[in-house]
Design a protein around this ligand. Structure first.
Ligand code: PMP
Ligand code: GLN
Length: 403
């Protein structure tokens, strides 16, 4: 029988923590949500829709569960969903994918992006993206041991624009991947056809692979158009296009995402994805497969609703002197807090829940540039909420006027 160890014999627990996650903290979404809950504030921080999913989609998921579709799907996703994704991409972008080899279903777009960077980058490689950007990009790059090189978007009037010279200057021999997001979180920018042509040329000039995150592809307002990088000449063979059902159908909790691309890229993603989650959400995959055929009819009305909600929020912000940037697509408006008497968006977001019962995210949380400089006075507000909630938020924002 082993002798009982005395406390002094017990090795000290070393509590290891990998270097590559040393900068990981609870995400800003969690932090602001907790702050909002503590103060009973309306949470316009996280981009979590306050709008209903299509009834037919919810019913289809319930039916799939009742019919016993509750076990693992194939690692690449249900065949019917892969076919529906390929069909839908052909209709919306004119790019054709072979469902068996060129489409993979993932646990949300987040897993697709992470698996892409993990499978494409070696330690020391660089991932080129635009600043500000969605926070999961820098985390995924860190996990891959890669460096995220985030090149600031320029600001012109009420728009964010691509700075071609800065982007070209940032390419090095270590650059492997261009990681693009359009429509863009957090700025609300939709990249123009001309900007995409510049990005495509950059990839062609430097032998880069592109990963494009298009989760808001159906949510472009004011008659604007979403352009997909893979549809440009020479790009299909080097582009992994990522999207997700979450934003399109107001089901962010389902985490059904996907990636389409040439077989070498999809195989690469799948080789990692199979060891991250293997597969997920069989009944949800089945339901999304059925709904994708009608995506345009659904998306047209969702766009109309969200455009109206964007305008409600914009009016609420501008009535108190906060200038907003163009929300061309997606879920978010950028507002300038200087009009409300602040210079620092971070301080504004920490005080707002307590002061007037509204929560938002400082745009600095999306900044990943090398020198971490940028407009400190920007704050991101989500408008993917019900009209009632946005009207109440606007009424509370009016309280800022009283000082
Ligand atoms: N990409 C962008 C640009 C996002 O804003 C989000 C967050 N909603 C995601 C990816 C995550 O998508 P999913 O929930 O499908 O993982
Ligand atoms: N994409 C969502 C946003 O930008 C948040 C997703 C998350 O909480 N990680 O608000």
């Amino acid at each position: 029988m082993p002798l009982a160890q005395t406390p002094s014999d017990t090795p000290v627990l070393r509590r290891p923590r990998a270097d590559r996650i040393q900068h990981f903290r609870p995400s800003v979404f969690t932090e602001i949500r907790e702050l909002a809950e503590r103060h009973g504030a309306i949470d316009l921080g996280q981009g979590a829709p306050g709008l209903d999913a299509p009834t037919a989609l919810v019913d289809a998921a319930a039916s799939a569960m009742a019919a016993g579709h509750n076990q693992y799907p194939p690692a690449a996703g249900l065949g019917e969903l892969r076919s529906a994704i390929a069909e839908s991409r052909l209709c919306s972008t004119g790019v054709r994918y072979e469902p068996d080899r060129e489409v993979v279903v993932t646990a949300g777009a987040t897993e697709a992006v992470a698996a892409a960077l993990l499978s494409l980058c070696n330690p020391g490689d660089e991932v080129l993206t635009l600043d500000p950007c969605y926070d999961a990009y820098s985390a995924a790059a860190s996990l891959a041991g890669a460096r995220l090189v985030a090149v600031p978007l320029a600001m012109e009037g009420d728009r964010f624009v691509l700075d071609e010279a800065a982007l070209r200057a940032a390419v090095t021999p270590r650059t492997q991947v261009l990681l693009l997001n359009t429509p863009h979180n957090p700025t609300g920018k939709v990249f123009t056809a001309a900007e995409l042509a510049v990005l495509a040329q950059l990839c062609l000039d430097h032998g880069l692979t592109a990963v494009t995150d298009e989760v808001y592809e159906h949510l472009v307002y004011d008659g604007g158009k979403h352009h997909s990088l893979a549809s440009l000449p020479g790009m299909r063979e080097r582009t992994l296009t990522v999207s997700s059902a979450g934003k399109t159908f107001n089901v962010t909790g389902w985490k059904v995402g996907w990636a389409c691309g040439p077989d070498w890229l999809v195989e690469s993603v799948l080789s990692v994805k199979q060891f991250l989650t293997f597969a997920s959400g069989t009944p949800f995959q089945a339901a999304v497969a059925g709904m994708l055929a009608d995506v345009e009819a659904w998306a047209a009305q969702l766009r109309g609703t969200l455009q109206h909600h964007r305008d409600l929020l914009r009016t609420g912000l501008e009535q108190v002197g906060m200038r907003t940037y163009r929300g061309e697509g997606g879920y978010f408006l950028q507002a300038d807090v200087r009009g409300a008497g602040y210079t620092d968006g971070d301080q504004f977001c920490r005080e707002l829940p307590l002061r007037i019962g509204v929560a938002a995210i400082p745009s600095s949380a999306f900044r990943h540039g090398a020198d971490n400089t940028g407009p400190d006075w920007l704050v991101r507000f989500a408008f993917c909420k019900s009209a009632e909630v946005l009207r109440e938020a606007a009424a509370r924002l009016a309280g800022l006027r009283k000082g």
